[in-house]
Ligand binder design. Sequence first.
Ligand SMILES: [Zn+2]
Ligand SMILES: [Zn+2]
Length: 306
Amino acid sequence: MSVSCQLVTFRVAAITAAMQQKVTEAFPVYMKFLGCGDAFGSGGRLNTCFLVNRRDASFLIDCGASAMISIRRFGVDPNGVDAIILSHLHVDHFGGLPSFILDAQLVSRRTRPLMVAGPKGLGARLDALMEAHFPGSTKVERKFPVELIEISPGRPVDVGSTGVCVSGFVVSHPSGTPSLALRIECDGKILAYTGDSEWVDALLEAGRNADLLIAEAYCFDRKVRFHLDYATLREKLPMIGAKRLILTHMSPDMLGRLSELHDCQAAYSEASAVVKRVILTALRSLPVFPRKRTQVGHRAMSGSCQ
Ligand SMILES: [Zn+2]
Ligand SMILES: [Zn+2]
């Protein structure tokens, strides 16, 4: 399958305190990258959509326009998704919601609540999107409630029965409502996600010492307004202190320069472990790379790639 690389499964790295380590070992958190592309399908990648499975709940981080394609392709049960947490309201991050909700209503026959958490103003934008995609769809009675949770910056909020707590940090990326970086506490582990944004210091707070940081790397070193480039991210990595890093949302410019990441690893030894993981993940995501490099990436991953 030409884009099967978009599904990467791994176990989030253990956390520091001994007590928490026990919790981590007992209840690992798994992630699957169902989509890691930009808004324009660069590299043939699907729009942003990450699936997180914890002890007894599952949730999506972002639900881009191609989310239902990803969900079907990778055999995910949509009724098993308890909640969807949105970083911002651009089509490649929340445009899959109308199809997800209509599928739940008409095809998957969902009966239990679906929680959708996102920036302030989510309700009005979701209604408008539903009506644009499927006119009249907001007026039809559903067999399941869609419960909206607004994420206010600086106010951590529990996402219902998922047992996760999410904090939002306003970033620099105009999307009609505040665009957020997310910091999600889940079974004693921290998942952080930059969303789309040029560098702002709020990303330090969002990602600080996270067990996993998922970061936009739209370009290699070219500055594009409202987006993050790899060179800037690399410079900030030691300050962020994340234990693991995975790049996402890459443009053709970044995808075309992944082979240069080897030099970056040597030049930034203080962050070499983190950078190494970035390289391996990036290589793993590109089937066009030489077989040898791909195999190295496979050995280094603690989970499996499909
Ligand atoms: Zn985007
Ligand atoms: Zn965006």
